[in-house]
Design a protein around this ligand. Structure first.
Ligand SMILES: [Zn+2]
Length: 307
């Protein structure tokens, strides 16, 4: 009896500590990165019992989720590259096989498609709905865990419309700058958001900022994930941020160029109304004859689905 009481007290104190350290605060500021915004603090997907058992926690974490050890990950086997910051490529060795620094890719990575196809990162957001309304073909979304648990209704709409959803991590950190445990946390919480909200396990994921190297690759492969990068970048996020070096005419001109040979994978975003405006213009140029990433790769959509 005394043991039980102690356990209860211990859990209670632990949950207080957790709330102090990690829990979402009401009315948090919008967090801005170079190409996305997440409104942190309004998780609406219920925190499921199975996740309480795995993590010992009681609610969704904030933007820097806690590392939860998993028995299939041996930390001692992870290659020793980095950490290094976004844009600081000078000291990154070629053996790291960095995509964003050197354009290097793993043998299992997807970067192009036999039909020119759009893909959309950083959702789900309220702007996603107008994109969904306009689509007559199935497309691919790479969603952020924090946005999934904030907009489960929009996530379900993406699922119901038959689109492919991959993970874009929990909160869009540049993974090569993180410790191994921080990378694992970004990946596991991103997957758990999809498990809890959509009752499926992702097969595909896209690294934020294209930040993948052999260290990140080793970790994500342990989760059964296959990375998807791109070979055409609209720079829609740069235009949406008001950068005068990118004009709408230039963006659409590039899409016309890509549309000549009708192949490739285009990086776009459903994070803002402005980027969705561009997505609709791009779709008008390419048309609806597009593929999902799974179709591009000839692979399956999900490892498995469950209720
Ligand atoms: Zn992104």
């Amino acid at each position: 009896m005394r043991f039980l009481k102690f356990n209860f007290l211990y859990l209670f104190l632990l949950s207080l500590l957790y709330n102090k350290l990690f829990a979402l605060e009401e009315n948090d500021e919008l967090v801005e990165a170079t190409d996305f915004k997440v409104a942190n603090g309004k998780a609406r997907t219920p925190f499921p019992d199975w996740l309480k058992r795995i993590t010992g926690l009681y609610q969704w974490p904030g933007l820097d989720p806690p590392y939860i050890p998993l028995d299939f990950i041996d930390l001692s086997k992870i290659p020793d590259f980095g950490p290094y910051s976004l844009g600081f490529c000078a000291n990154v060795p070629r053996e790291a096989c960095s995509f964003d620094c050197h354009g290097c890719m793993g043998h299992d990575e997807i970067f192009t498609c036999r039909k020119l196809s759009q893909t959309f990162d950083d959702g789900p957001t309220p702007a996603t709905l107008r994109l969904l309304d306009s689509l007559d073909h199935e497309t691919t979304f790479f969603n952020l865990g924090v946005n999934i648990v904030e907009h489960p209704d929009i996530y379900h709409r993406i699922q119901d419309d038959g689109h492919l959803i991959g993970s874009h991590t929990w909160s869009h950190r540049y993974l090569p700058a993180l410790s191994n445990k921080e990378i694992i946390a970004q990946i596991e919480w991103g997957i758990w958001a999809m498990n809890a909200t959509g009752h499926h396990i992702p097969k595909w994921w896209r690294p934020p900022y294209g930040g993948i190297d052999n260290r990140v690759r080793h970790i994500t492969r342990l989760f059964g994930l296959q990375a998807v990068v791109w070979n055409h970048d609209t720079l829609d996020w740069k235009f949406a941020s008001g950068d005068p070096s990118v004009s709408l005419e230039e963006i659409l001109g590039r899409v016309h160029d890509w549309n000549r040979d009708k192949t490739g994978l285009i990086l776009e975003h459903d994070s803002k109304e402005t980027t969705v405006d561009i997505a609709l213009r791009v779709k008008d140029i390419i048309g609806e004859d597009q593929l999902t990433v799974a179709e591009c790769a000839g692979g399956n959509d999900y490892i498995r689905e469950y209720d």
